[in-house]
Design a protein around this ligand. Structure first.
Ligand SMILES: [Zn+2]
Length: 72
């Protein structure tokens, strides 16, 4: 089951939530009641980096397609 990470826009508190349906999505921060926004997890970042849309920059031409040390 997917676990999503949410981050409070006000205080930066991170919340991990197991999302089985829409009602499981956390809406407010438990500390300050600020609005939570979906945070990018390491998993989704690596997925984006390996997607077909990813085009290496000129500086990255020498990097292997996977495990590129540069952040894009
Ligand atoms: Zn907060």
């Amino acid at each position: 089951m997917p676990i999503y990470e949410y981050e409070c826009g006000a205080c930066g508190t991170r919340v991990e939530a197991l999302i089985r349906n829409e009602r499981d999505v956390p809406k407010t921060c438990g500390k300050c009641k600020g609005k939570l926004k979906k945070a990018l997890s390491g998993f989704s970042v690596s997925m984006a980096a390996s997607s077909p849309k990813h085009e290496p920059s000129a500086a990255c031409a020498a990097c292997p397609s996977r495990g590129c040390p540069h952040s894009h």
